[in-house]
Design a binder for this molecule. Structure first.
Ligand SMILES: Nc1ncnc2c1ncn2[C@@H]1O[C@H](COP(=O)(O)OP(=O)(O)OP(=O)(O)O)[C@@H](O)[C@H]1O
Ligand SMILES: Nc1ncnc2c1ncn2[C@@H]1O[C@H](COP(=O)(O)OP(=O)(O)OP(=O)(O)O)[C@@H](O)[C@H]1O
Ligand SMILES: [Mg+2]
Ligand SMILES: [Mg+2]
Lengths: 258, 258
């Protein structure tokens, strides 16, 4: 069956959206039928897949309010096997109302995602930073979660708090909540003290939960939103793209073993 | 009199905390008595000033609950003229309760900041990303706000929404709300297409609101939390430090002209 995975972090700007889009595209290039859900009303996912966010109407709002299936509001992308669902353009300007909607209709979101398992092999949900209603609805709908950790993030307390929050929140979920698929480092730069320091301490503190592959800080990845396509497509052989292909291979290997 | 300025952004990870700490230290080195308030319960401000966040007790919580003045809970730092106030260590683990406290006692926060104007020349408030209760309390207490814009942030919609949110929110404030002190670019790298693209479009769209000086992406700045001191202190002549001194000079010159 399908696998539903959320990308979450407490801190902002750690690479959740960049990872969701590139992992999604790398899974699609590996033969999976992939749905990327951008639960964060910021422009992230849609812009990286070539859409202008303010022109996208329909979307998550219809799913929550009128029970429409995700397949009815999914947009095709430049990649055959990859579809995208984002909040309605209205959510950009009415963020508080959108959060309120996700808060009240989390069950409808979970049901819609469950129904979508028949259509897609891998469903990735990009969340905003923190533990707001979008993140809570995404976790309730997920089998597992991935937590990107920025190589400069000295505040490992926020990582501990993320894991504690999810463990605590999971006790309130009928499904028992998502498993930790893994932590992975983003924006690494092995020339800097900071990056090496964070890598060493993550390894000590989180050991097996830390995925083997990490994503380097590269200009190609930073320019993704300009290209309007995932980096694994417009520059497949770059260092950043290879890191995302490696991560997908590592995850698929784990799933084979299960 | 004193000037109270908030560092705000909708998007996370754009350099608010790094800027608050370095601007604060640069103002202190220019002779101002400076108070830095870390309204964001994440470790940012306290770690960059050499404290372990989980060991700091008292702080904003006492101010909100028992009306204690900020000067009673301010910590001295390695820099004579620079003091710091952060939420109590308790806020790290009880984020939702802390946000609720800031929501209910915003008036006490505004009063405490007003009272602090007698003790300090410049008060900088570091906010979490978005428009939550800490940001709203900080804006209500401020004369002006500074908005760092990451050089990779293609989502300029979020900038427009930030300005619109503050304009709308200000109509509900007795003070009429804070003025826009300026936008400034962070993490610039003139070798990349993205950075040049964002700089050009900010200039076109926001013109005079964009400060002349921007802050480059440098390893020295990324390592600040490791050093536990502002970069303008441990590496005063580095590119990043000079950018913050230039920004302080630019602001002080503007204030002289007013
Ligand atoms: N490996 C990388 N190398 C270089 N730049 C990167 C990398 N990953 C992400 N970025 C850049 O860093 C910034 C933050 O990344 P991104 O938006 O993916 O993070 P996020 O966690 O989704 O942020 P938010 O919390 O705001 O949703 C973006 O400008 C992006 O282009
Ligand atoms: N000019 C710079 N050069 C290199 N790295 C930087 C620069 N400014 C900030 N950083 C790094 O980028 C990350 C985000 O910066 P910072 O924490 O200051 O942003 P923020 O806006 O306060 O984030 P949040 O929204 O989570 O509060 C940190 O790891 C920091 O070390
Ligand atoms: Mg994102
Ligand atoms: Mg911060």
């Amino acid at each position: 069956g399908a696998r539903v995975i959320s990308l979450v972090s407490q801190k902002g700007g750690v690479g959740k959206t960049t990872s969701t889009v590139n992992l999604g595209a790398a899974f699609a290039l590996s033969g999976h039928r992939v749905l990327v859900i951008g639960a964060d009303p910021q422009c992230g996912v849609s812009r990286s897949l070539g859409f202008a966010p303010e022109q996208l109407h329909g979307g998550l709002r219809e799913v929550l309010l009128s029970g429409m299936p995700l397949s009815d509001v999914a947009h095709a992308t430049s990649l055959d096997q990859l579809s995208m669902v984002v909040p309605d353009a209205w959510a950009l300007d009415e963020e508080r109302q959108y959060k309120d909607l996700m808060n009240r209709h989390a069950d409808a979101f979970v049901e819609a995602v469950d129904e979508a398992r028949a259509e897609w092999d891998t469903i990735l949900i990009d969340c905003p930073p923190g533990f707001g209603p979008e993140t809570r609805a995404a976790l309730a709908a997920s089998d597992a979660y991935l937590a990107p950790v920025q190589a400069e993030e000295l505040c490992r307390d926020s990582l501990r708090r993320l894991l504690e929050f999810i463990a605590e929140y999971s006790t309130t979920l009928p499904s028992g909540g998502p498993l930790l698929e893994g932590l992975f480092m983003t924006m690494t730069d092995h020339r800097t003290l900071m990056s090496r320091h964070v890598a060493a301490s993550l390894d000590t503190e989180f050991g097996t939960a830390l995925l083997d592959h990490s994503v380097p800080r590269t200009t190609r990845l930073a320019e993704m939103a300009l290209h309007g396509r995932p980096t694994v497509i417009y520059d497949r052989r770059s260092l950043g793209s290879r890191a995302y292909f490696d991560l997908v291979d590592e995850l698929m290997l784990r799933w084979l073993k299960d």
